[in-house]
Structure formats: structure tokens, C-alpha cells
Design a protein around this ligand. Structure first.
Ligand code: EPU
Length: 421
């Protein structure tokens, strides 16, 4: 378990490329199961969650070759439709194999993901959707056991817009018999990336980028190549790294369309933003950080995956602000750790009230989940003195060597390898 040692106070400044999106890769990789042959995913980030998905796919019989962000997935010899607990417990997105396995092979056994670090994350919508398409599903001994001759198209109206359920049903529907309509579908760019991949494979999907997807099932799909979209959460995290340290950053190969809500909030906090074709330039506020309230929402709203980082940023604002998470009501594990650094934050139900302080002071803090860890790194970059962020394996799940990126932008941050952190 490695830790980061950060000597705070350096400005984050410079140019940086954004890596491929974790949450796009985690959907594209299992989607390769839908066709026999070799699909190629360009721009795949080198992250632990990607390696976890690779191991799961290897277990199913997929041969993988991953070099220089090019991931080749050969699905010609699938030998199992069983996603065991040891793979799924590491990463909830493993449940993405359910739809593709069931629709292509008529059977799937996938471990139930269980809770996550900050509370319950049910998958009832995935299961109900597949049942509506004719799947027989039993939950036994911690597993989802699904069977179906051929899935049928169905009209599925999600009560809640869910990224994972939309992805799973979409992948199931492309090989189902007849037409599936998904209403209240997630519109996150990672879902559009998945839909684009499936379309290239030969799927018939209309309504991409909208909340209503119509899928006409086809008999067979072919393996293809696709570019992974850049990671809007990594982009947002790097922008805040510059904003919180009073620096100036340019994100290259990144379109502002993926993060309009984040950019709007950064502007309201006093940053200057210049958007060019595939570039975003941020110059931090010349004076104090203005407090700015945030409420998370489904895309294109402010992402829950940026909530912790925003909370860290606002802890240094010139006044009070609130952060309300409407997607995950309990996602505040970072707050007690930020308080250890001197932040003044109280949480009441799903609302954090942040009273900005003049400075944070370095301390030892503990990572509890991916985005919480990112918020601690951001706070550490701005804090006076030394911050140690323990258990950075959470960060390694979703950020590609973030410490190297930050160091190239001027941060004094190093990884210390060790067992006891
Ligand atoms: N929900 C249900 N039932 C379901 C599915 C979801 O009630 O069957 C609820 C959830 O409890 C939550 C809301 O619906 O309140 C949205 O959850 P969603 O299903 O959209 O989340 P997810 O697919 O499990 C993905 C990302 C998360 C991100 C959320 C929300 C991936 C692999 N994960 O999760 O990413 O927070 O969407 O945008 O795409 C992260 O990267 O740090 C991360 C946690």
C-alpha cells in the first residue's frame, strides 16, 4: 500500500494531456464480448480498474494484449460465462459483463457486487430491465444467475437515470430479438462512447446522446476499433489542482463539451477559462476563491465524481458554500479527512456546508475511495507543510499515475512504496 508525500504550496502550471476515460473503458471492454474476434480500443488508460476488468475478461476466455494504451481483445475462445466473487468484489463495474454474456451466450453467472465504500449501490435496475427482456434471473449464494433463450426487445422506463443499467441493457439489447426502448437512459459521454462502439460493430441504435435510446436487435456483431473518449473527471481534477494552487493549466486533447458544468463552476469561483477547439486553458482567480454552491446531477449536470474535489477546493474559498450530492447521498468519506487538514466542513444528510478557511495545514490523511483520495491530494497540494495521503491504491484504480502528471506540472509530490500505509 503506497502513500503520497506532498509538500504543499507549489503552483500547478503547464500543459498536460488527459488520459482516456476510465468509465468509458470499463464499458467498452466487456462490450467486446458481443462479437467473436479481435476488437481494438485506442486510448485505454493504464489503471488498476482496467487491469481488473482485463483479468475478469481473461477468466472468461478473452485474450488481451495491452501496449501503449492500445488494448486488443480477442473474444474467439470464450470458455466461461461466470464472473466470480474474487473479480467482482474488487470493482463494481464488473457487473457490466452480465448483459453481454447473457445476450450472446444465453447464460451468465455474475457475483453480486455488494455495497461500496460510501454506502449502498443497488443493481436492481439492471436486473429488472433484463427480466423485462425475458431473462430468468435468480439471486442465490451471492450470485446473479441469469438464463434466457434469446432476449426479447422491451420498453424499459428507468425510474432513475443509471449509467450502469443503461450500459448493461444497451449491450443486452443489441443482440435481442426486436426493438428495445430505454427511457430515462443515462446520457453520460461514456454511454455515448459505448453506443458509438456498438454501432460500429453493426448494432442499430438511435437516440445516442439523448435520454431515449431505441435499439433494434441484430443477429450478429463484428469486432471493430474505437477511440476511447478522454476522462472528464481526470480533466476536472487537474483543473481544480491549478485553481486551488493559484496556478494556470492547459488541458490538451480535451473538448469542453464533456465538462461544461465543471467549467461554469470554476468560472463562478473566479477562474478565467479559455476554450479552444480541443484545449481548455484555466487561469486561477487573481484574488480570493469565490465560494460557489454545487449540486451534483446526472450528465450534463455537475458530476458526483467531482464532488469531493470541489469540496476540497471550496474549503479554501473566501466564504461559505454548500455541496449537495443528489446521486450518492452518503458520499462524504473525504470530509473527516479534509477536516484533519484544517477544513471547516459539516455534513447534514447529503449536504456539506463548507466554511472557507485561509489555509490548510499538512497532516497524515487516509484515502477511503477513489474520488475522496483525489480530494485529499488536491488539499495537500494547497496545504502548508507536508501532507501524507495513505492508501493511494484507491487513486491508482482511476487515475493514471496522477503523481507523475502533477509533478510534471510543478507539484512536489512523491510516491513512497510500502506495506504499512
Ligand atoms: N441506482 C439504483 N439502482 C440501480 C442502479 C443505480 O438505484 O440498479 C442508483 C444509484 O444508487 C445511484 C444512481 O442510481 O444513486 C446512479 O448510479 P449509476 O448506476 O449511474 O452508477 P454506476 O453505473 O454504478 C457510474 C460510474 C461511477 C459514477 C456513477 C454516477 C462507472 C464504472 N461508474 O456508476 O463512477 O459515480 O456512474 O455518475 O461508470 C467513479 O468513477 O469514481 C465512479 C464511482
Amino acid at each position: 500500500m503506497d502513500k503520497f508525500v506532498i509538500h504543499g504550496g507549489n503552483k500547478i502550471s503547464g500543459f498536460i494531456e488527459v488520459s482516456g476515460a476510465k468509465n468509458a473503458s470499463l464499458a467498452l471492454m466487456p462490450a467486446s464480448l458481443l462479437a467473436s474476434g479481435t476488437s481494438i480500443l485506442y486510448g485505454t488508460p493504464e489503471l488498476n480498474d482496467v487491469f481488473t476488468m482485463m483479468k475478469l475478461l481473461n477468466h472468461l476466455g478473452v485474450e488481451t494484449d495491452f501496449q501503449n494504451h492500445i488494448l486488443k481483445l480477442n473474444t474467439e475462445n470464450i470458455i466461461s460465462q461466470d464472473a466470480p466473487y474474487e473479480h467482482v468484489k474488487k470493482m463494481r463495474a464488473s457487473v457490466y459483463v452480465l448483459g453481454p454474456l447473457l445476450t450472446r451466450f444465453g447464460t451468465a453467472k455474475v457475483s453480486l457486487p455488494g455495497g461500496c465504500a460510501w454506502g449502498p449501490r443497488p443493481i436492481n435496475l439492471h436486473i429488472e430491465g433484463l427480466k423485462k427482456m425475458g431473462a430468468e434471473i435468480d439471486l442465490a449464494e451471492g450470485y446473479i444467475i441469469a438464463k434466457s433463450k434469446k432476449l426479447n426487445g422491451a420498453k424499459i422506463n428507468f425510474d432513475i437515470s443509471s449509467v450502469g443499467a443503461t450500459g448493461n441493457i444497451l449491450m443486452a439489447a443489441v443482440l435481442a430479438k426486436g426493438t428495445t426502448i430505454i427511457n430515462n437512459a443515462a446520457m453520460e459521454p461514456e454511454i455515448s462512447n459505448l453506443a458509438e462502439f456498438l454501432s460500429k460493430m453493426g448494432a442499430k441504435i438511435s437516440g445516442i446522446n439523448t435520454s431515449s435510446l431505441e435499439i433494434e436487435g441484430v443477429d450478429e456483431l463484428k469486432p471493430v476499433e474505437i477511440n476511447t473518449i478522454p476522462d472528464r473527471i481526470e480533466a476536472g481534477t487537474l483543473l481544480i489542482a491549478a485553481a486551488i494552487t493559484k496556478g494556470e493549466i492547459t488541458l490538451e486533447n480535451f473538448s469542453s463539451k464533456y465538462c461544461e458544468a465543471i467549467l461554469a463552476k470554476l468560472e463562478s469561483s473566479g477562474c478565467q477559462i479559455i476554450v479552444d477547439d480541443q484545449k481548455i486553458h484555466l487561469k486561477s482567480s487573481a484574488d480570493e476563491i469565490h465560494p460557489s454552491d454545487v449540486t451534483t446531477a446526472i450528465y450534463p449536470g455537475f458530476p458526483t465524481d467531482m464532488q469531493a474535489q470541489w469540496t476540497a477546493y471550496m474549503s479554501l474559498a473566501d466564504g461559505a458554500s454548500t455541496v449537495t450530492d443528489t446521486i450518492y447521498l452518503d458520499r462524504f468519506k473525504h470530509v473527516p479527512e479534509l477536516v484533519r487538514l484544517g477544513a471547516n466542513i459539516t455534513v447534514n444528510e447529503n449536504i456539506a456546508v463548507i466554511k472557507g478557511t485561509k489555509k490548510l495545514l499538512g497532516a497524515k490523511v487516509m484515502s477511503t475511495d477513489l474520488r475522496a483520495s483525489a480530494s485529499l491530494v488536491l488539499a495537500g497540494l494547497a496545504a502548508e507543510g507536508t501532507t501524507e495521503v495513505l492508501r493511494v491504491y484507491h487513486l491508482d484504480r482511476g487515475y493514471q499515475r496522477i503523481e507523475e502528471k502533477l509533478r510534471s506540472l510543478g507539484a512536489d509530490i512523491e510516491r513512497v512504496e510500502g506495506k504499512e500505509y
